[in-house]
Design a protein around this ligand. Structure first.
Ligand SMILES: Cc1ncc(COP(=O)(O)O)c(C=O)c1O
Length: 361
């Protein structure tokens, strides 16, 4: 069996170091916002070429706090791709704002800049781009639109740690980059974890206080905050894995390269463009008989996933805001996409076996 993902295998190279780190953590007697969080924040900011990094509890909180920092009037509109993971939309709703869904480019699966401009109204305050599957969005055009219309830009970088456009890393284009370190991500913790990156000192202070009850100095509260601190133990584990993140991304790129080179043209493959350095959090293909293909692969002992089976506007939970809206491109992607094994622990031999099996379908 070639599993789609196996977190035990993924973390095996790091387990001895993790055990040591747990021992150090236990013996430190300091369990919340200690040296490990501070150290990881600095390391991640440096690695990402960001001025600041603030560790938070998860990716959804990072997205939610990025918008909360602006106190937009209730009902203000935020543009978001129609094929994103639900978290991006929940962050908008958590702030009593209105999500305005914009279709992706069917080639890249990322928000289509041409359609962003059509969706802007006098109530639009922000754009939330999502660098989906590990590919950076078309940032030249998006930055032009942001500046022309004076909009806040929040980047959802949950799937794209280390992806670049023209050499610039995700999480450095907008006011905020929101990262998730959910265990399956390219940089994954052993539990929930997330972070915001920013280059603006005032925003750094707002979020640093907001994640800790609005306080930096114990029992002195500067603003209304929440409890969304990056866990001290997860921060230690993340520092260890950050050292390997370039190797993890490179390995995934090599596996993706095998698929790109050897899969038959029956499958619609992700596009590759010189301006983009993709990190393949997810390696997806599309096929009109996706469900049959998935079942066939499983029969042959190959696990796959679907990111995602139901688009946001068809989710039951979102009917109260999105009911009646249609997004045919998102629907087409959700109907045809299939994510193939492409993890740090997969070997080239395993991926070649997946390719041979796929090419026999
Ligand atoms: C695109 C995207 N945004 C946001 C999130 C939310 O991250 P988390 O699960 O850490 O809250 C995820 C991850 O699951 C994601 O894939």
């Amino acid at each position: 069996m070639i599993a789609y993902e196996n977190l035990l295998e993924l973390n095996r190279p790091f387990t001895e170091r993790f055990k040591q780190q747990f021992e150090e953590f236990l013996n430190s007697g300091w369990y919340i916002l200690g040296e490990s969080v501070k150290c990881f924040e600095q390391q991640f900011a440096d690695w990402n070429n960001s001025a600041y990094c603030i560790g938070v509890a998860n990716g959804l909180d990072a997205l939610t706090m990025a918008l909360k920092a602006y106190h937009f009037d209730p009902g203000s509109e935020v543009i978001v791709p129609s094929n994103t993971y639900i978290a991006t939309i929940l962050a908008i709703l958590n702030n009593n704002l209105t999500p305005v869904l914009v279709e992706p480019d069917i080639r890249t699966y990322n928000i289509d800049p041409l359609r962003i401009e059509e969706a802007i109204t006098s109530r639009t305050k922000a754009i939330m781009v999502v660098h989906l599957y590990g590919k950076c969005c078309a940032m030249d055009e998006i930055m032009r639109i942001k500046e022309k219309h004076n909009l806040v830009l929040v980047e959802d970088c949950a799937q794209a740690h280390g992806a670049t456009f023209k050499g610039q890393k995700v999480g450095t284009f907008g006011e905020f980059g929101a990262f998730s370190f959910y265990p399956t991500k390219n940089l994954g913790a052993l539990g929930d974890a997330g972070a915001l990156t920013t280059n603006t000192p005032e925003l750094e202070i707002i979020v640093r206080q907001m994640r800790n009850y609005g306080s930096e100095k114990k029992y002195y509260n500067e603003r209304i905050g929440i409890n969304s601190r990056l866990d001290e133990l997860q921060a230690a584990f993340l520092s260890t894995k950050l050292e390997a993140l370039d190797a993890i991304n490179n390995h995934k790129r090599e596996l993706a390269g095998l698929y790109l080179q050897h899969l038959k043209s029956d499958f619609i493959l992700p596009v590759v463009d010189d301006d983009y350095h993709d990190v393949y959090h997810i390696f997806n293909i599309r096929h009109p008989r996706r469900d049959e293909l998935k079942a066939y692969l499983l029969e042959q002992g190959i696990g796959t996933e679907i990111h995602y089976p139901v688009p946001p506007h068809q989710q039951k939970a979102l009917q109260f805001v999105l009911q009646g809206q249609r997004f045919p491109i998102a629907e087409e992607i959700h109907r045809t996409t299939l994510s193939l094994p492409c993890s740090y622990w997969h070997t080239s031999a395993q991926i070649k076996q997946v390719i041979e099996t796929l090419n026999r379908f």
